[in-house]
Design a protein around this ligand. Sequence first.
Ligand code: KG4
Ligand code: ZN
Length: 341
Amino acid sequence: DNEPLVLGIETSCDETGVGIVRGHTLLADALASSVDQHARFGGVVPEVASRAHLEAMVPTMQRALDEAGVTLADVDAIAVTAGPGLAGALLVGVAAAKGYALAADKPVYGVNHLAAHVAVDTLEHGPLPEPAIGLLVSGGHSSLLLVDDLTAGVTPLGATIDDAAGEAFDKVARLLGMPFPGGPPIDRAAREGQATIQFPRGLTAPKDLANHRFDFSFSGLKTAVARWVEAKERSGEPVPVNDVAASFQDAVCDVLTAKAIDACRTHGVDTLVIGGGVAANSRLRAMAEERAAKHGITVRVPRPKLCTDNGAMVAALGSRLVAAGVAPSRLDLPADSAMAL
Ligand code: KG4
Ligand code: ZN
C-alpha cells in the first residue's frame, strides 16, 4: 500500500490521543483520558489536564505504533492539533509532535481541532462529499461549519454565544444529581421519560434569527431548567427527573437540528456531518436523520469513539492535507488556544 502513513496527536482538552491512518484507513487509535481526575470538579481543570498529557504522551504514542505494527521511521507525516483548546494542554501535544518530527526527520502539520472533528468521518464513511455542513457539538464547542474543501480550511457559520451543548448537558445533569460527564446519564434518563415540559429554544425567535441565524445559546435553557426544578422542590412534589431530562434534551436537539438543516438548505448542501461528544446522543441522531430525510439531506455521524476527542481525527485531517499536497507547517509552529478556522 503506497498511500501515506500519517500519525496524529491530539491534546486540546482532557484526552491524550495518538491515531495512525493510511489513506482513509484507520490503523490505530490509542487514547488516555484524564476525565476521572476532573469528575469531582464538574469540569475539566486545565492544569490537571496538562500534567496528565505530559505523563500519557509517550506511552500513548508507543501504544499507537504497536497497534498499527509500525515504527516512527515508517510514518510519512505527523499531524498535531495546534488549536483551539486549552493552551497548556495544546503545548504538550505540539511540543511532542515537534520533538518526534525533529528526531525522525518527518514533516509536521499543525491542524485545527474543529476541522479534524469533521475529517474523522472519512475514516468511517470514505471521502466527504463537498460542500458539506459540519455540526460540532461537544463540551467545549458548538459550531456550524461550511466545508467547501477540508484541506483549504472550513468556514464558520455560527457558534454558541455562551455555553457549549455538552456543557449544558453537564450542568443540567449536575442539578439533577447525575454524574459528570452528564450527557450519557441524561440520554439514558430521557429514554424513560416524556418531553412534556416546554423549555426555551435559544436564539430561535425571529428577532434573534436576524443576527444569530446559525448561532446557539444554551445558558438560558440551563437556567430555565434550574428554575423549574427549584419550583418543583419548593412545592414539595417529587421532581420528575426523567421527564426533565427528556424535555431538556429535546430542547437542545430541536435547536441543533433545525439550525443545521437551515444551514444545509441556505447553502444548497445535501450532506450533514455531526461530530463531537454530543453526537453520541441518541435523540440528536434520530431527530437529525428524521428531519434531514424530509429535505433529501444525508446525515453522516461517525461511531461514538470517533466523535469524542481522539488522535485518529487529527491523523485523518493530516492524511487529507498530505494527499492534497499541502505544505507542512514550520517547526516553530505555535499552539494557538483561540485558533480561527
Ligand atoms: O468531544 P468530547 O468528548 O470532549 C470535548 O468537550 O471536546 O465531548 C464531551 C461532551 C460532554 O459534555 C458530554 O456530556 C457530552 O459530550 N456527551 C453527550 C453524550 N455523550 C457525551 N451529550 C449528550 N448525549 C450523550 N450521549
Ligand atoms: Zn473536540
